[in-house]
Ligand binder design. Structure first.
Ligand code: ATP
Ligand code: FE
Ligand code: MG
Length: 335
């Protein structure tokens, strides 16, 4: 089965050709990062305009690199949501046009299902599994009993972890997107500040990062008033340790309680070196099988959408020409 997949939910215009849900024939990403940098975040209007400019060449490039023609395709897949509505619409309309012109089934994919299925490109998913989803907009623990089935165990009550990274980075004065910058700094600093961990109720798998974010901002503010210097790498390392401590502890507790020995990690923050290392150690100690996608498949891409779409193709979960972008699409509605 050969699927062309499109992803335009945020600031990456992406297209990929995926075979049988696990083989990448091509994976093309046109990033708009540079255009949003001077605004310190993604500007929706600018994102939409870039997608319009980039979508055709990105698709052409994905087809050329995969050395396929439209006649070789079995289906057309696209991110339905969640994301920025104006950004989603560009991908959805391109997908509808191609599906209609070439008489292909149209497969709508949930963006977070895509992030989870990035792991399927590395190693076939086995069930039951638990997925830790850590991205710019989501922080969730998900239980999967089979393909295409997503049950929410816990989620953030305020900021997503990627969002907290980006805000802390901004406070330190690092350019957008701050996550990778904090990660780099953290590797050179000592985690000597004991920032608060929000464990919440004893049995809760929910997360909260706004208190931690505020603690970092207050620490920097107080230091400035007292005219003491705190090295940014110490802030970065201490923040990162607090984040990883909570993420890893809750994930390992969930695996134990749900009696699951397969863990997959998903979303942009899965690229974080501290988190990867801490999860590897904890998984080895608990004899849990762990998959984390390589960095390029952690952040937004279309290969992951093509992988998730393959399962939906087998289940014949197709859409018609009324398909629309859904900014607040829920993962459980999608399955
Ligand atoms: P969502 O997937 O929830 O819709 P999104 O698509 O914007 O949100 P992703 O592209 O999956 O999010 O991830 C981007 C986020 O990942 C940003 O917040 C970015 O700072 C963060 N990020 C990327 N690399 C790293 C890293 N090495 N360490 C920490 N955070 C990182
Ligand atoms: Fe994403
Ligand atoms: Mg992104």
């Amino acid at each position: 089965t050969t699927i062309l997949a499109i992803e335009t939910s945020c600031d990456e215009t992406a297209a990929a050709v995926i075979q049988n849900g696990d083989t990448i024939l091509s994976n093309v990403i046109a990033s708009q990062m540079e255009s949003h940098k001077r605004f310190g975040g993604v500007v929706p209007e600018i994102a939409s305009r870039h997608h319009v400019e980039q979508i055709t060449v990105t698709i052409e490039e994905a087809m050329a690199q995969a050395e396929v023609t439209f006649a070789d395709l079995d289906a057309m897949a696209v991110t339905e949501g969640p994301g920025l509505v104006g950004a989603l619409l560009v991908g959805v309309n391109a997908a509808k046009a191609i599906a209609f012109a070439h008489n292909l089934p149209l497969i709508p994919v949930h963006h977070i299902a895509g992030h989870v299925y990035a792991n399927h490109l590395i190693e076939p998913l086995t069930f039951p599994l638990i997925s830790l989803v850590v991205s710019g907009g989501h922080t969730e623990l998900i239980y999967m009993k089979e393909h295409g089935h997503f049950a929410l165990i816990g989620e953030t009550r305020d900021d997503a972890v990627g969002e907290a990274y980006d805000k802390v980075a901004r406070t330190i004065g690092l350019p957008y997107p701050g996550g990778p910058q904090i990660d780099k700094l953290a590797q050179t600093g000592e985690a000597s500040i004991d920032f608060p961990r929000a464990w919440l109720e004893d049995n809760s798998y929910d997360f909260s990062f706004s208190g931690l974010k505020s603690a970092v901002i207050n620490t920097l503010h107080n230091a400035k008033q007292k005219e003491v210097e705190i090295a940014p790498e110490v802030i970065a390392a201490s923040f990162q340790e607090a984040v990883c401590d909570v993420l890893v502890t809750k994930t390992m507790r969930a695996l134990k309680e749900y009696n699951v020995n397969k863990l997959v990690v998903a979303g942009g923050v899965a690229a974080n070196s501290g988190l990867r290392q801490a999860l590897k150690q904890a998984a080895a100690d608990a004899e849990v099988s762990l998959t984390i996608p390589p960095l390029a498949l952690c952040t937004d891409n279309a290969a992951m959408i093509g992988s998730a779409a393959h399962i939906l193709f087998l289940q014949e979960k197709f859409a018609d020409d009324r398909l629309n972008g859904v900014p607040g699409l829920s993962l459980t509605e999608n399955v």
